[in-house]
Design a protein around this ligand. Structure first.
Ligand SMILES: CC(C)(COP(=O)(O)OP(=O)(O)OC[C@H]1O[C@@H](n2cnc3c(N)ncnc32)[C@H](O)[C@@H]1OP(=O)(O)O)[C@@H](O)C(=O)NCCC(=O)NCCS
Length: 198
């Protein structure tokens, strides 16, 4: 079966488009309430049918030529599903929203940061984005840390913006401009004029 879009990789992970055969594993990863508490798009309880719908939506989007990408990330050493990371694009504005999750038994090992960094590079290099943005619930500081490490800057707070599990939750907004990302990657001193230089 050919994937909806080409695979990419990081040091420890292989990322590829979701396939229907992944639905059961996706369901296993997204079923815990701890996952749903942090993400609007993950219903709870989370059924295999919900996972199949998620995969079907991605396949259909790709078939229709959507620029959106949602990669599943598998550990190179074990082949196990570890994470999911995606970019939802607004081509008219050349920006996209970054989202991700890591399976609970793999938290705290740097996988989200690895995925975020790779998706940022993908967004700027392959999708020619001008900006990537992301929001996180303020009761999820680990996600805020992942974004900060990837270079995202705070852009404000949407106070009590989302009704989730019987309470209103705050959403912190962050963004990363292409120019800031490029500057962060440039070798020290590159692009700066040198006084007295030719
Ligand atoms: C948030 C999530 C993606 C983090 O995944 P992860 O692979 O554990 O993240 P990483 O290991 O790459 O980095 C986590 C960082 O947060 C830090 N962190 C963890 N818990 C924290 C807390 N309570 N407060 C502050 N920082 C915290 C870690 O120390 C680490 O930073 P460091 O590398 O400087 O030490 C994961 O917990 C998850 O999938 N949660 C459910 C879904 C979700 O929240 N998705 C994001 C929605 S915005």
């Amino acid at each position: 079966m050919s994937d909806a879009y080409p695979p990419i990789e990081t040091e420890r992970l292989r990322l590829r488009a979701p396939r229907l055969a992944d639905a059961r594993e996706i369901q296993r990863c997204c079923a815990p309430i701890e996952m749903a508490m942090m993400m609007l798009s993950v219903p709870h309880p989370y059924s295999v049918e919900a996972a199949e719908k998620f995969v079907g939506d991605q396949v259909e989007k790709a078939r229709m030529g959507s620029p959106d990408r949602n990669f599943l990330a598998f550990a190179k050493t074990t082949g196990l599903l570890v994470a999911c990371a995606g970019l939802r694009a607004e081509p008219a504005h050349r920006h996209a929203e970054l989202g991700y999750w890591v399976a609970m038994d793999h938290w705290g090992r740097g996988y989200a940061s690895e995925c975020a960094e790779r998706l940022v590079r993908y967004g700027f290099e392959e999708m020619n984005l001008h900006k990537i943005h992301a929001g996180y619930y303020t009761h999820n500081p680990a996600s805020g840390r992942v974004l900060a490490k990837a270079g995202f800057r705070a852009e404000g707070l949407r106070s009590q913006h989302i009704w989730r599990f019987d309470r209103f939750v705050d959403v912190a907004l962050t963004g990363l401009l292409r120019s800031d990302w490029e500057a962060s990657r440039a070798p020290r001193g590159a692009g700066r004029s040198v006084e007295g230089g030719a």
